[in-house]
Ligand binder design. Structure first.
Ligand code: 13P
Ligand code: SF4
Length: 387
């Protein structure tokens, strides 16, 4: 964990929550008084606002959130657990989602009409989710129809996708998956059809299909939305079992096979544990693979003296290292890999959101339009019901 090496994005150049970016899908407006990060009373203000709201607020925190935010989460989890938890709290009128936009949308879809989902900073998006737009996916489906393969194809969409893509998935009889149930989702889908259109993370799709289901790399084709027929011939589409959308996570894309080789030399006896959003080559070079929840469980269950090199977002790895001083826990890359959008949710934004709720205003509410939500709910319910 050494020097900071984060690629600046146009959004990162904006002061947090203070301005708006017309080119951004979500904007970063944060009306009202956002407390400065230097305010020494932030922790106290967050405590007071939470206490004033009592059981009316339920704060969810994804494992990639900052420590200062996790400290106020009623529950922490991976995206699957957080979706389950949101669905299991019909009594809380306010769900404050400390995570990213697609997670808050899913929470809105899974909660009742009297519940309001709040995302403390609207700029907390996910670059992977943005790699599959609704128009591109509809266009892809039309081309699969043209190629004569749509009837045999079941869409399986990663949770990291917009509500519109989840709606598409439900409308075409598919399911959502997360990194903790992707294998079960693919087993289910191959019981229904002979092909899967996997959106939008090619790596999770490929890793699960090849490593868990025993398909071959040749069974997989990549769909590039910028090319006719996704860059494939009709014959290739007919022969393929997995049609993998050309999307990826820029954070997990930074882990390399060289880093795996390097850490094995630096830390003898180390076990390399990576998230399945890493490339097939990196996952194959590692010892173990798992969702954020599985990563935590594996480290927690390991004996004192265990050595781990972990390939996932840095907030989580640092928290694990701090919580387990009796184990050696190192970050797989030499450069820093925070998820910059997850990091948008900081204590000032959380305080602002909670204090707005105390004042009777609902800030940054995330709502999904009803028709999309109904289809997306079918796909999410299918995930929650996976055997
Ligand atoms: P999990 O499903 O493991 O929580 O991962 C979500 C995510 O965004 C990983 O980049
Ligand atoms: Fe999206 Fe990657 Fe951040 Fe996860 S780590 S929220 S996939 S950009």
């Amino acid at each position: 964990m050494t020097e900071l090496d984060v690629t600046p994005t146009p959004l990162a150049l904006l002061m947090l929550g203070r301005q708006s970016d017309a080119a951004s899908e979500r904007g970063v407006d944060c009306p009202g008084a956002l407390p400065p990060a230097s305010d020494p009373s932030l922790v106290e203000r967050a405590r007071e606002a939470k206490a004033a709201l009592g059981g009316k607020v339920f704060v969810l925190g994804h494992h990639y959130q900052r420590d200062e935010v996790i400290a106020f989460a009623d529950v922490t989890g991976d995206s699957f657990r957080l979706a389950q938890q949101a669905a299991a709290r019909p009594d809380a009128p306010y769900i404050v989602f400390c995570g990213v936009h697609f997670m808050a949308e899913s929470a809105d879809i899974l909660t009742g009409p009297g519940q309001h989902v709040v995302l403390p900073d609207l700029a907390a998006g996910c670059s992977m989710a943005d790699m599959a737009t609704f128009e591109q996916v509809e266009d892809c489906w039309d081309q699969l129809v043209e190629a004569g393969v749509a009837d045999a194809t079941v869409p399986v969409s990663y949770m990291n996708s917009s509500a519109a893509i989840k709606g598409f998935t439900g409308r075409h009889g598919g399911t959502i998956c997360t990194s903790s149930n992707a294998q079960r989702a693919l087993d289910w889908a191959f019981g229904k059809g002979t092909k899967v259109l996997f959106l939008p993370d090619q790596h999770l799709g490929r890793n699960t299909a090849v490593r868990d289901l025993g398909l071959s790399l040749d069974d997989c084709v990549v769909w590039n939305p910028r090319k006719p027929m996704g860059g494939n011939t009709v014959q290739q589409l007919q022969a393929a079992k997995m049609i993998l959308w050309k999307g990826h996570c820029s954070v997990h894309g930074r882990f390399t096979v060289d880093a795996v080789i390097d850490v094995r030399a630096r830390v003898p006896g180390v076990q390399v544990l990576v998230h399945p959003e890493c490339s097939y080559e990196v996952v194959s070079a590692a010892d173990l693979v798992g969702s954020t929840e599985r990563i935590i469980k594996l480290v927690e269950a390991s004996p004192a003296g265990s050595k781990w090199a972990i390939g996932t977002e840095l907030n989580l790895v640092q928290r694990l290292a701090n919580a387990h001083p009796d184990k050696t826990i190192v970050f797989l890359e030499k450069t820093v890999c925070f998820c910059s959008t997850m990091n948008r949710i900081d204590l000032p934004h959380l305080v602002w959101a909670l204090e707005e709720l105390v004042a009777g205003r609902i800030p940054n509410q995330i709502t999904v339009e009803p028709e999309t939500a109904a289809y997306a709910r079918q796909a999410l319910d299918q995930m929650l019901a996976l055997p």
